[in-house]
Ligand binder design. Structure first.
Ligand SMILES: [Zn+2]
Length: 202
């Protein structure tokens, strides 16, 4: 009996692998049918595959490796470094709808700096998940601190959420700002002020 269970499990694993690329497509098709959409309509024919690809892309950040993204170089620089106006989009975990906006990132190095493009890459990779904006900035800050070990870092994000725009209060213009502050930025208000001046108001 035990081997039979194992065999069934193996078969289901095998089938799971085999149908992985089409399973999501089938589920999207079922969702559309449940909503009363005619899958034979010319405009809906390729939609399950397109939506499946879309959601795979919107959640590809679960496979990202921050340590690989954040390659560092030695540096004697110990002043504030800012990368501003980084576009991002992410998925609200409560409704699976998109929110998008801009992030500003600052850090004070502690012997090592990262390449300019690595900060947007980290942000965009970590945003490609279903995560609330509050936790997104906190997790980016903690990941950066744990990987690069700077003296401190600060992030400010402003996002517009489709779930606020198209449902409930239907507030199209509302924006949410979230901030994460680590290390020396917690201790030195002048550093945060310098950061705010460099990135401007949200
Ligand atoms: Zn939402």
């Amino acid at each position: 009996m035990e081997s039979g269970v194992r065999k069934n499990r193996d078969v289901s694993l095998y089938l799971g692998e085999e149908s992985k690329s089409t399973r999501l497509e089938r589920i999207v098709g079922e969702l559309m049918s449940e909503l009363g959409l005619d899958l034979n309509d010319q405009h809906f024919k390729g939609t399950p595959a397109r939506v499946a690809r879309l959601f795979r892309g919107l959640t590809h950040g679960y496979q990202a490796d921050p340590a690989e993204i954040l390659k560092t170089f030695e540096s004697l620089h110990t002043e504030l470094i800012v990368v501003s106006d980084i576009n991002f989009y992410s998925l609200c975990p409560h409704h699976l709808l998109i929110y998008r906006g801009k992030m500003h990132f600052g850090y004070v190095p502690n012997g090592r700096i990262v390449g300019l493009s690595k900060i947007p890459r980290l942000i965009q990779a970590m945003a490609s998940r279903a995560i609330v904006q509050e936790n997104l900035v906190s997790e980016i800050a903690d990941t950066f601190v744990n990987t690069v070990h700077p003296l401190g870092c600060v992030i400010r994000a402003t996002g517009r959420h489709d779930c606020v725009a198209v449902r409930g209060v239907k507030c199209h213009e509302a924006q949410m700002s979230t901030v994460a502050v680590r290390g020396v930025f917690r201790e030195k208000a002048s550093l945060v002020e310098e950061f705010n001046q460099l990135v401007g108001r949200p």
